[in-house]
Design a protein around this ligand. Structure first.
Ligand code: AMP
Ligand code: MG
Length: 267
């Protein structure tokens, strides 16, 4: 999955990255789904261990254009993991109270504690994406934020947080299909806002903002992965694989019992 990792400082051109890519994976959707299931079982075990050990903190950042699949990843990749120890934090348009503070205030409050996995559905990156595209703050202000974000994430990493960031890469045609599917399904209307169509018109601006963010904020301590996401099964496969590999590398152990249990007999 190294191929999807953004090398720190490298220039990104998203139009050159194929959202339909399925890498070296042979076998297509059917085999892919089976693989995701297997990884999901591994993830359940590793999360149990993470929670029991109570040492590491895991932060997963999900960013994507509308319909990019953030909700789908949360549903499928984390299917069945013990909700005790896994939390989703979704970032919407900031409230008045949030706007009265610096933009990282609402983020820092919800980062993972020891033994916890926290998934960010959108994140502080909105503050260099939607905020930049819509000129919500002056250019000079958002320009400073890449460095501020890197410093913030370095701080989290140095204090024991493992950070993984995924940009779910779909193309504009795929978004059209997915928006149409939402429109055709009354059960999905709640997700559809007319404003989403206005955002869609700004696609090129968003791509530029994403390219900059990915290039400027992929670091050793908080890497970005650009995940080909037109095919949902492959998107889930990439994220599950990175996650399982990362958790395995933490070399976690169940804590020793507080008491010597060797001669215990239960009557
Ligand atoms: P959704 O994730 O579809 O529920 O939409 C949440 C909306 O909140 C999106 O349109 C985001 O762009 C927007 N949003 C999230 N964070 C910010 C922010 N810091 N400033 C402005 N809009 C934001
Ligand atoms: Mg939405």
């Amino acid at each position: 999955m190294k191929q999807y990792l953004v090398k720190p400082g490298s220039k990104i051109n998203l139009s050159k990255i194929d959202p339909n890519d399925t890498g070296d994976f042979k076998g297509g959707k059917e085999k892919g789904l089976l693989e995701v299931e297997k990884l999901n079982a591994k993830l359940e075990e590793l999360q149990e261990l993470l929670f029991a050990e109570g040492k590491h903190k895991i932060l997963i950042v999900l960013q994507a254009m509308d319909t990019g699949g953030k909700d789908g990843v949360i549903r499928r990749v984390f299917d069945g993991v013990n909700p005790q120890g896994v939390r989703v934090a979704a970032f919407k348009v900031p409230t008045e109270e949030e706007l009265a503070h610096d933009y990282l205030w609402r983020v820092h409050k919800v980062v993972p504690g020891k033994g916890e996995i926290v998934i960010f559905n959108r994140s502080h990156y909105e503050d260099v994406l939607v905020v930049r595209v819509h000129n919500i703050v002056p250019r000079a202000t958002w320009k400073q934020r890449y460095e501020q974000i890197n410093a913030f994430e370095r701080h989290l990493a140095e204090t024991g947080t493992t950070i993984l960031k995924f940009y779910l890469h779909i193309d504009r045609d795929e978004q059209k299909e997915r928006l149409q599917a939402r429109l055709d399904d009354p059960a999905k209307h709640w997700k559809f806002r007319l404003g989403d169509l206005e955002e869609r018109k700004l696609w090129p601006d968003y791509m530029k903002a994403y390219e900059d963010a990915l290039s400027k904020t992929s670091t050793e301590h908080a890497p970005w992965y650009i995940v080909p996401a037109n095919r949902k099964w492959y998107r889930d496969l990439v994220i599950s694989t990175v996650l399982v590999d990362t958790l395995k590398k933490l070399d976690m152990k169940y804590p020793a019992p507080e008491d010597d249990l060797t001669n215990v007999v239960i009557e």
